[in-house]
Design a protein around this ligand. Structure first.
Ligand SMILES: Nc1ncnc2c1ncn2[C@@H]1O[C@H](COP(=O)(O)OP(=O)(O)OP(=O)(O)O)[C@@H](O)[C@H]1O
Ligand SMILES: CC(C)(CO)[C@@H](O)C(=O)[O-]
Ligand code: BAL
Length: 469
C-alpha cells in the first residue's frame, strides 16, 4: 500500500496536486482514496474513494479531488489558523480491485483487552497507552507517534467519558467519529514515501472497495473480533462502551446521585480547571485509574495542552502506588499548534470562521507573559524582578485589548464574536499553588488560561523554567 500525506499551506492549486498524484502512475488495479484533513478540525472529514483499473481511469478518478480542494481553499481563505492536509492513498490490489489497507484492530470489551494484554506480557512486549476522547487531530497523532517510537505495542483508548462532563456541559454534542479516527490512525501504520507495503498487514482480509463513494475503506469492517492476531498490530484501539467502563451503571454525570467508586485528587484537582469545572478532574481521575487498571500500560502519553490534567495524573499514579504506569513513565508531550498558535483541540470543531480568527488570542496572551518573563529574567537587582501578578496582568491585558478590537472589527476579522476570560493563572508545577510576588529564579511554573470564544471553552498554557520531555 502507498500512503501519502501532503501538507499544502497555503493550499496548492488543483493543477499542482493533480500532477503530483498522476506522477505516481498505475501499474495494477488500485483504489484511490482522497481524504481532506485540517490541522484544527474546522470542517468535517471529507473522504472519497474510487476503484481504478487503468491509467485512464486513474486520471479520471483524480477529478474526485476537486470538490475536496474547493473545500480546502475555502477553509484556508476563511481562517488563517487552519492549514489543510491532503491524504491520497493508492491501495494496490493483488486480486483485482481490492486493497490491503492496514487497519487498526478495535477492542471493545474487557476480556478481549485482558487477553491481548496477557499475550503482550507473555511475548515480553512493552505497551504504551494514549488515552483520548477521539475526534482525533495531529496533537493526538503525535502522542501515538511517541508511544509507537517507544513501545512495540500501543493502545489508543477512545472513550467519551460521561463522568468528566457536568450535566450542563457538552457530552451529547462532543464529536464522535470512530471511522474517521481509525482511518487517520491507519496512516501511522504506513511509511509515507515507501514504495513497499506497510510493515504491518491486516490480520483479516479486507473487502473489495467498489466505485465512488464515501470512505468505503473506513466502514468496510466491523470492529475486529480480537483474535490475538491483534498483538501483531503495533497499534490497537480500545473503544469501550460506558457499561464496560462503569459496570455498576447508574448515574454518571450528576455526581450527587452517583454510586460507586470515584477517584478524587483533592487539592490539585480543585484549582484552576478544577475550580471552573468542579466535576472535571473527578471524572478524569476515575476514568484514567480504570484505564490504567484495564490496560496496565508500561508507559502512558498525555499532551501538554491539558497540563494540569497531565501533572495531576502523575500525582495520582504516585499517590495510588500504581506501577502501570509509574509517575516517571507517564510522559507529557508538547502542545501541537496550528500556524496561528492556536492549540489543536477537538473542540476547535465547534468554532465558526470568525471565532477561529479570535481563538489564537489565548496563545498570544500567554506568550506575552512569557516574553515579559524572558526579557526581565536577569534583573539588575531583586527590586527589578517581575511578579506573578505582572505575568497575569500582561496576559489579561492582551485578552481585554482583543475584546476592544472586536467591538468595531468586521465579521471576517472576528467582529460579533463574544470573547470572555475565564481565568489566567501562574502556578507552581509541583504544588499548583499560585505564584505571587517576585518570581524566584529557576522556579518551575506554568502560565495557563481558559477563555470562552462564543459558547466554546478553550484552554492553553506555556511553561516557565522547565520543559516537558
Ligand atoms: N494540541 C495538542 N497537543 C498535544 N496533545 C494534545 C493536544 N490536544 C489534545 N492533546 C492530548 O490528547 C489527549 C486526549 O485529549 P482529548 O481527546 O481530550 O483531545 P482534546 O483535543 O484535548 O479535546 P478537547 O477539545 O475536548 O479538550 C490528552 O492527553 C490531551 O492533552
Ligand atoms: C484523559 C482523558 C482521555 C480522560 O477521559 C480526557 O480527559 C482527555 O482526552 O484529555
Ligand atoms: N482534553 C480534556 C477533555 C475535556 O475537556 O473534557
Amino acid at each position: 500500500m502507498h500512503s501519502y500525506l501532503t501538507t499544502l499551506k497555503p493550499f496548492g492549486d488543483e493543477e499542482e496536486t493533480q500532477s503530483r498524484t498522476i506522477l505516481w502512475g498505475i501499474k495494477s488495479p488500485s483504489t484511490l482514496t482522497a481524504t481532506l484533513l485540517t490541522t484544527d478540525d474546522t470542517i468535517e472529514n471529507s473522504s472519497l474513494s474510487a476503484a481504478v483499473h487503468s491509467m485512464g481511469e486513474y486520471k479520471q478518478s483524480l477529478k474526485m479531488v476537486v470538490p475536496l480542494l474547493r473545500t480546502a481553499s475555502r477553509l484556508t481563505t476563511a481562517s488563517a489558523s487552519s492549514s489543510a492536509s491532503f491524504l491520497i492513498r493508492r491501495n494496490v490490489s493483488t486480486s483485482g480491485g481490492g486493497g490491503n489497507i492496514p487497519h487498526i484492530p478495535v477492542i471493545r470489551t474487557l476480556p478481549q483487552l485482558r487477553r491481548w494484554r496477557q499475550e503482550a506480557r507473555e511475548r515480553k512486549l512493552e505497551v504504551g497507552v494514549v488515552p483520548t476522547m477521539g475526534a482525533l487531530h495531529e496533537g493526538h497523532l503525535n502522542l501515538v507517534r511517541a508511544s509507537m517510537a517507544g513501545n512495540p505495542l500501543t493502545v489508543m483508548t477512545l472513550f467519551v467519558n460521561p463522568m468528566q462532563f457536568a450535566p450542563t456541559e457538552d457530552l451529547s454534542s462532543y464529536p464522535r467519529q470512530l471511522e474517521r479516527d481509525l482511518s487517520l490512525l491507519s496512516t501511522l501504520l504506513t511509511t509515507p514515501s515507501s514504495s513497499s507495503s506497510s510493515s504491518y498487514s491486516s490480520p483479516t482480509p479486507t473487502r473489495s472497495l467498489r466505485g465512488l463513494g464515501i470512505s468505503e475503506h473506513e466502514s468496510f469492517r466491523p470492529p475486529t473480533p480480537v483474535a490475538n492476531a491483534a498483538v501483531e498490530s503495533p497499534l490497537v484501539v480500545f473503544a469501550p462502551s460506558p457499561e464496560v467502563m462503569y459496570p455498576l451503571k447508574g448515574e454518571l454525570q450528576d455526581l450527587g446521585r452517583h454510586k460507586g467508586v470515584r477517584v478524587d485528587v483533592k487539592g490539585w484537582g480543585e484549582v484552576m480547571e478544577g475550580s471552573s469545572r468542579p466535576q472535571f478532574f473527578k471524572g478524569v481521575a476515575t476514568v484514567c485509574t480504570k484505564l490504567f487498571n484495564a490496560v496496565e500500560p508500561d508507559h502512558a502519553y498525555f499532551g501538554q495542552k491539558d497540563i494540569q490534567q497531565a501533572l495531576l495524573l502523575k500525582i495520582l499514579v504516585q499517590d495510588l502506588l500504581l506501577s502501570h504506569p509509574t509517575s516517571s513513565n507517564l510522559h507529557i508531550l508538547p502542545t501541537t499548534r496550528a500556524s496561528s498558535g492556536l492549540a489543536l483541540s477537538s473542540r476547535n470543531a465547534y468554532l465558526s470562521p470568525p471565532e477561529l480568527v479570535v481563538a489564537p488570542v489565548l496563545h498570544r496572551a500567554l506568550s506575552s507573559a512569557v516574553d515579559l518573563y524572558t526579557t526581565s529574567a536577569s534583573p539588575v537587582d531583586e527590586e527589578d524582578g517581575i511578579t506573578g501578578e505582572d505575568l497575569i496582568s500582561i496576559a489579561t491585558r492582551t485578552i481585554l485589548d482583543e475584546q476592544q478590537r472586536l467591538l468595531s472589527a468586521p465579521e471576517a476579522e472576528g467582529g460579533g464574536v463574544e470573547l470572555r476570560l475565564d481565568y489566567i493563572e501562574v502556578f507552581d508545577k509541583h504544588t499548583f499553588e499560585p505564584v505571587r510576588g517576585k518570581v524566584e529564579k529557576g522556579r518551575e511554573m506554568v502560565i495557563a488560561g481558559a477563555v470562552w470564544v462564543g459558547t466554546t471553552r478553550l484552554i492553553d498554557n506555556l511553561l516557565i523554567g522547565w520543559e516537558v520531555n
